[in-house]
Write a protein that binds this ligand. Structure first.
Ligand code: 3Y8
Ligand code: NAP
Length: 249
């Protein structure tokens, strides 16, 4: 009996949810509950954590989940690690649906760094104007560099004081366009962009805009994850769901 747990929160997850709903496959879409009004999905949807690996393993058993598709964001490393562990503990086939990392092209002025802390350390010493387009959860390391003006982009308004003395917040939900992001960089006189190597299309606009304006990008590379099956396109994920053995599960 097929019943899929789709760990969501990305464009790819939304695409898969649509494909499963169109095929009337029994599946549950899962959000963490990070945002005030997550986009509705065409599947039954649950919102909130599972309670660590044990909570997720219990959920898999109680709900009779036959497959897990981890279509969370490449930086949702905690969820992905827990999913790998709970899948192993319960013998549930798991496949990640993950977009490829971005690679710099001609004209890109990218400096790769390993963490948000390294990104903060890589900012220039002289005061500048920085577009910190990495969301709300990893701002703390930049408090060590208070002399910059920061432009921040959040999905929801900040729910308290920011750890940065000179910051301006834009509340907007992607996907974004190159034209709008280029206008943003120019109007805010941005001299440097900090980004996560999220891949995909929804967060890519600022990179194309930065190239167009010859603005350097400090690129935070993805956390490494334990080995798991990974698909980079919808067809491969659907193949895993109909014939898990095809992926050696
Ligand atoms: C809660 C679900 C869809 C998915 C849309 C994608 C594209 C638009 C671009 C910038 C970068 C950032 C951020 C971003 C993008 C998509 C995708 C993507 C980046 C929503 C969503 C949830 C979240 C969580 C949120 C994080 C934050 C990160 C903003 C919904 C809209 C910066 C990642 O306030 C918070 O606590 C927000 C936290 C995790 C990163 C962070 O650390 O702050 N995403 N984003 C999901 C849940 O509850 O499970 O509200 O509808 C989803 C999307 N955000 O269905 O079309 O696929 O990546 N999301 C990054 O890539 O750097 C914005 O501003 O240029
Ligand atoms: P995270 O740090 O990897 O996960 C922390 C905890 O949040 C998990 O252990 C789990 O709690 C809960 N959680 C995370 N994703 C969940 C999901 N889809 N369903 C149920 N619980 C979930 O997660 P994150 O980086 O904050 O990302 C949270 C959500 O935002 C994910 O859906 C992700 O796809 C989406 N998102 C994140 C980013 C990003 O930059 N990180 C970007 C775009 C979208 P328990 O341990 O209690 O189970």
């Amino acid at each position: 009996m097929t019943r899929i747990l789709l760990l969501g929160g990305t464009t790819e997850a939304a695409d898969l949810a649509r494909a499963l709903a169109d095929r009337r496959v029994a599946a549950i879409y899962s959000y963490a509950g990070r945002t005030q009004s997550p986009a509705p999905q065409p599947l039954p949807t649950r919102i909130g954590g599972f309670g660590g690996v044990e909570g997720l393993a219990r959920y898999l058993r109680d709900e009779g989940i036959s497959h897990i598709v981890d279509a969370t964001h490449p930086f949702a490393a905690g969820m992905s690690r827990n999913a790998i562990a709970a899948a192993a503990a319960t013998g549930t086939p798991l496949c990640a649906f993950e977009r490829e990392a971005w690679k710099p092209g001609p004209g890109d002025l990218w400096q790769p760094v390993a963490t948000a802390e390294a990104a903060a350390a890589a900012l220039p010493d002289r005061p500048g104007r920085v577009f910190l387009a990495i969301g709300r959860q990893t701002l703390a390391p930049f408090a060590a560099r208070p002399h910059h003006h920061y432009l921040l982009r959040f999905v929801d308004p900040p729910d308290g004081p920011l750890p940065l003395p000179d910051a301006e917040v834009i509340v907007a939900r992607g996907p974004f366009t190159e034209e709008d992001d280029r206008a943003l960089l120019v109007s805010h006189r941005i001299g440097c962009v900090v980004a996560k190597n999220s891949g995909g299309i929804g967060a890519r606009a600022k990179l194309d805009a930065a190239r167009g304006e010859s603005i350097p990008v400090i690129m935070i590379e993805r956390p490494t994850l334990p080995p798991r099956r990974v698909a980079h396109d919808l067809r491969t994920v659907l193949g895993f769901l109909s014939h898990p053995a095809d992926l050696g599960v």
